[in-house]
Design a protein around this ligand. Structure first.
Ligand code: SAM
Length: 458
């Protein structure tokens, strides 16, 4: 294979001692694999029905490696009948990691030709809503064909720019898969044409597009929802550094260990800017370590900022001593007067204040069990929007007041970060009426105006 010189240099530098093994993997033929379509038959039935030479793929229980000759499953009528999908084994890892469930609302944002969409559809058993989007209309044709071949009945296919979808699907999805367009370094062995499109500038360009897609996707995810980000490239700019960017820009996200990480290699914190340890929870699939092409997978969970609507509250619990410390610290740092009296109740990590001597609400249908004060995070208390709007500006230590017709107020309502001195939770007021929270630090006021209330930019 004739590799771009810059590519080889890049991989040598990244991999060090591992580089010779990595390079040797290009001498091997790519593995062939298929995934049995659970909408039509269980994997064991396909084993009975065919004489294919099948060996299980460790991280996908519906999938097998086969022998190109003599099996040729792509030419078999079972393929036309949608009994399986021919898919690289590594490319099965992102949809496995999403853990889609029947009855959920799932978005596959970069979907064509549909390998992962059909995999997600099988996990949903036809129950729930699957939105498959592909910006490129030509490629969307193949996506539709594959969905039809596989007998998927609960999918809607869009050919939108993701930025156009954000508003329509605001916090709509339980889970989102972003199998991002990328520089394709992991595909050089299987598809040498990808190598011709590569240049040393391509990864940085792709990273910009990946951020744009993510920025459009993230607001579409419900609080408490899961996002899987994957690529088929090795470049850290498009992998660890993108996950790092998500965590910095969207602090409501945290990395969850990729399911089945034991079969893959870990992501590399040392290839990020911040060297954060939790990047080890992401997964790298290397052709010199497993039977498949190159891939990267990260699982991120969006913390519930406020109580997710439509979800049951569950049972209330009294305030734990640790939670009490956090709320008392927040109160002392933020308000002039002592912590309000009343009956504090936790629903999960959400803190409510109930009127004292209020009768028990257990067993009743409750939409809001009292005054929502905010959310207890691991190390701090995050006040609710409701608390800001129920406060008076003279009760709060740090207040930032803007005139109703000022540019700053408009920027705040649009979600921008503003300049501000001071430190800590700051009540933003319009003509002295509270309108929301900000958090001041290092000369800036981080915007905590709720995302679902933000004003459009004209
Ligand atoms: N998930 C697919 C599968 O498993 O079959 C493969 C997806 S491929 C890695 C990435 C896809 O993203 C391509 O089909 C490409 O057309 C699409 N894409 C390119 N630019 C995009 C954009 N700005 N927004 C969304 N998708 C885009």
């Amino acid at each position: 294979m004739k590799f771009p010189v810059d590519y080889l240099e890049q991989m040598k530098e990244l991999l060090g001692d591992e580089f010779p093994d990595f390079l040797a993997s290009y001498e091997e033929k790519p593995e062939r694999s298929l995934r049995v379509n659970g909408l039509k038959l269980p994997p064991s039935r396909l084993v009975e029905l065919t004489s294919f030479h099948l060996e299980p793929v460790p991280w996908c229980k519906e999938a097998y490696y086969y022998q190109h000759e003599p099996d040729r499953p792509g030419k078999h009528p079972y393929h036309a009948a949608g009994l399986y999908y021919i898919q690289d084994a590594s490319a099965m890892s992102p949809a496995e990691a999403l853990e889609a469930q029947p009855g959920e609302r799932i978005l596959d944002l970069c979907a064509a030709p549909g390998g992962k969409t059909t995999q997600l559809a099988a996990k949903m058993h036809g129950d729930g809503i699957l939105v498959a989007n592909e910006i490129d209309r030509k490629r969307a044709g193949a996506l539709v064909e594959n969905l039809e071949r596989c007998g998927v009945s609960n999918a809607v296919v869009l050919t939108e720019n993701p930025t156009k979808m954000t508003k329509r699907f605001y916090e709509y999805f339980d889970r989102i898969l972003i199998d991002a367009p990328c520089s394709g370094e992991g595909m050089f062995r299987k598809d040498p044409a990808t190598m011709e499109r590569w240049s040393s500038r391509l990864p940085a360009k792709c990273a910009e597009l990946q951020k744009e897609i993510l920025a459009a996707a993230i607001p579409m995810l419900q609080p408490g929802g899961r996002l899987v980000y994957s690529t088929c490239t090795f470049n850290p700019l498009e992998n660890e550094q993108i996950v790092e960017w998500i965590l910095e820009e969207y602090p409501e996200f945290q990395i969850i260990a990729v399911p089945q990480l034991e079969h893959y290699q870990s992501g590399r914190p040392e290839w990020s800017k911040s060297n954060r340890e939790d990047l080890r929870l992401t997964g790298r699939l290397w052709p010199h370590h497993l039977r498949g092409e190159g891939h990267f997978v990260a699982v991120l969970e969006k913390q519930a900022e406020e109580l997710p609507r439509k979800k049951r509250l569950g049972k209330g619990k009294p305030l734990s001593p640790d939670a009490k410390k956090l709320i008392e610290k927040f109160w002392k740092d933020t308000y002039h007067q002592k912590l309000t009296r009343g009956h504090f109740v936790m629903f999960g990590e959400h803190l409510y204040l109930l009127p004292e001597e209020f009768p028990s609400i257990e067993g009743l249908k409750v939409e809001k069990p009292g005054f929502y004060l905010g959310q207890l995070k691991r190390s701090h208390f995050q006040p609710s929007h409701a608390l800001a709007l129920a406060s008076h500006s003279d009760q709060v230590q740090h207040v930032r007041n803007y005139a109703a017709d000022s540019d700053e107020l408009r920027q705040y309502l649009q979600g921008d970060t503003l300049q501000s001195e001071g430190n800590g939770w700051t009540l933003v007021t319009v003509d002295h009426f509270p309108i929301g929270w900000g958090k001041a630090s290092s000369g800036y006021l981080k915007n905590h105006y709720p995302k679902w209330l933000r004003w459009d930019r004209k």
